[in-house]
Design a protein around this ligand. Structure first.
Ligand SMILES: O=C(O)c1ccccc1NCC(=O)[C@H](O)[C@H](O)COP(=O)(O)O
Length: 213
């Protein structure tokens, strides 16, 4: 099995970005969602994105954002990928892909086999599916450190590339990969010392654990 690609999400400081680059992560996620403890403004994202250019791919994370919000972020941070983490439909995802000419990833909340089945509706509309844990009503739709039953997506086969998120840590990512064979893993809380505070050592440990598998 080839080594899984790695996304470190919720990067909001140069220190965290440099730690992800040093650890050879593939993607840095910037959260454009004001309710998140990891939220970055377009100006902050622009600074981080400039530092990231040519060193790590830039992923902007949005929750049911309107076109103006997306346009401002895309322009400020020259994003490589738009990650949609709300209730965006396949039609909306396809529309954004066409409008912005960037890759589009769709996060899908998973708690049951039916949730996984819903992924098939996005075939042809997006570039990657991200299976993530379903979070409690009223909580943030992601970045909560919650995992789901990895058996639900074990060896998932579909028309769309996919990745695994939700509660992944340096200690459990090897097991998650052994069960799911996910081509990409995404973590946020699992490499933090407190919500929104990235930990360099945990970022390094997470990436090393992925590479050991
Ligand atoms: O990170 C956030 O604060 C966030 C807020 C709103 C929607 C999504 C959010 N994060 C999404 C991510 O990409 C996380 O990496 C993913 O949900 C996994 O998070 P975690 O379980 O904390 O590793």
């Amino acid at each position: 099995m080839p080594t899984a690609a790695i996304k470190i999400c919720g990067i909001s400081t140069p220190m965290a970005l440099e730690a992800a680059i040093r650890a050879r992560a593939d993607h840095a996620g910037f959260v454009f969602f004001p309710k998140s403890p990891r939220h970055v403004s377009p100006a902050q994202a622009a600074e981080l994105a400039e530092r990231a250019k040519g060193r790590i791919a830039r992923v902007g994370l949005f929750v049911d954002a309107d076109d103006a919000t997306l346009a401002e972020a895309v322009e400020a941070a020259d994003l490589d990928v738009l990650q949609l983490h709300g209730k965006e439909t396949p039609e909306r995802a396809a529309q954004l892909r066409a409008r912005f000419g960037r890759k589009v990833w769709k996060a899908l909340p998973v708690a049951s086999a039916d949730d996984v089945e819903r992924a098939r509706a996005y075939a042809g509309a997006i570039d990657m599916l991200l299976f993530d844990a379903k979070t409690p009503t009223g909580a943030l739709p992601g970045g909560m450190g919650l995992s789901f039953d990895w058996g639900l997506v074990a060896g998932w086969k579909g028309a769309t590339a996919w990745g695994l998120a939700g509660g992944l840590t340096p200690d459990n990512v090897a097991e998650a990969l052994a069960i799911t064979q996910a081509p990409l893993v995404d973590t946020s809380s699992g490499v933090e010392s407190a919500p929104g505070v990235k930990d360099e050592d945990r970022i390094a440990a997470f990436c090393a654990a992925v590479r050991r598998t």
